[in-house]
Design a protein around this ligand. Structure first.
Ligand SMILES: NC(=O)c1ccc[n+]([C@@H]2O[C@H](COP(=O)([O-])OP(=O)(O)OC[C@H]3O[C@@H](n4cnc5c(N)ncnc54)[C@H](OP(=O)(O)O)[C@@H]3O)[C@@H](O)[C@H]2O)c1
Length: 267
């Protein structure tokens, strides 16, 4: 079994790698954070897996294509596209403007959307050359979107935008790719207790452990679930809020601690 994971130095990517690590499993692990990646690889090898770490920025399109062409080897069974960043609003400017920093918005879209697509396409190219397995599949691809993509959240506009784009891209392609033998799963989850959220300075409703999240993501991917969602009540609430006229929904959202300027690190 050969499995590729981006964002493997931390949080959900690392959690997936550790959960999947066992004898007979090769893990192609990518992250731009070298130390964290080496630590994930070490722990996976301790569990009997064969880890192959690659320090690489997913925004490097050619680098990702070259790496995946090699890392996919004779067969690539699964790919988990986890590399991503988040961020909130900076403090209010002197003239009263509150707006995400432009360079941070580009970084968010480049990382969360372009970086994921830089991974997705070479993975599909690798899988399309493979024969179908006993489950009639050439491979499985799981992409980390977010509940943030279900709402126009004023605390994280570019994060919400990047994640709704990912979710729509994945789910919209899922039927055709599945017919071809490639299963696609989009994960739209709420807060998961990883380093990504440790600096948040507000209560995180429904926060769940990385281990719990990893279990759900893995089960959903193996069952070929189109969209893995949790926690259900938060997804339902977000969906309902999104049905409201925007001016009504934003009356509630702008009062939330997480939507305040400097309520969340803007990095
Ligand atoms: N935690 C949550 O509550 C939550 C909820 C919904 C969805 N998600 C999504 O789940 C995914 C994993 O999140 P997480 O919570 O596990 O975050 P995390 O702990 O910060 O892990 C993400 C990893 O990706 C790396 N990374 C960022 N940009 C990269 C790039 N351009 N190239 C290569 N590696 C890069 C990060 O490095 P740095 O630390 O150096 O940036 C980090 O090691 C993300 O896509 C996130 O948006 C998370």
């Amino acid at each position: 079994m050969n499995i590729l994971i981006t964002g493997a130095a931390s949080g959900i990517g690392r959690g997936l790698a550790l959960k999947l690590a066992r004898p007979g499993v090769s893990l192609q692990l990518c992250d731009h954070a070298a130390d964290g990646l080496a630590e994930t690889a070490r722990q996976c090898d301790e569990r009997g897996a064969r880890s192959v770490p690659k320090v690489l920025d997913t925004r490097d399109r050619q680098g990702m294509a070259d790496w995946i062409a090699t890392a996919s080897g004779e067969r690539l069974d699964m790919a988990f596209l986890c590399a991503g960043i988040t961020g909130g609003l900076p403090p209010e400017a002197n003239d009263g403007l509150v707006l995400e920093r432009e360079e941070r918005v580009w970084e968010m879209l480049d990382t969360n959307l372009t970086g994921t697509l830089n991974t997705f396409f070479p993975v599909v190219q690798a899988m399309r050359r493979q024969k179908r397995n006993g489950e009639n599949l050439r491979g499985r691809i799981c992409v980390m979107a977010s509940i943030a993509g279900f709402v126009c959240y004023p605390g994280t506009p570019s994060y919400s935008a990047s994640k709704v784009a990912l979710d729509r891209f994945v789910v919209a392609n899922a039927a055709r790719l599945e017919r071809f033998g490639i299963s696609l799963t989009s994960v739209c989850c709420g807060f998961v207790d990883t380093p990504m959220v440790t600096q948040n300075r507000f209560p995180m409703p429904g926060l769940i452990s990385t281990e719990d999240a990893v279990g759900r993501i893995l089960r959903g991917t193996l069952r070929q679930t189109r969209r893995v969602i949790f926690p259900g009540w938060l997804v339902m609430g977000s969906r309902l809020m999104d049905l409201l006229p925007p001016r009504l929904a934003e009356r509630y959202y702008v009062t939330q601690p997480s939507a305040q300027p400097a309520g969340m690190p803007d990095f």
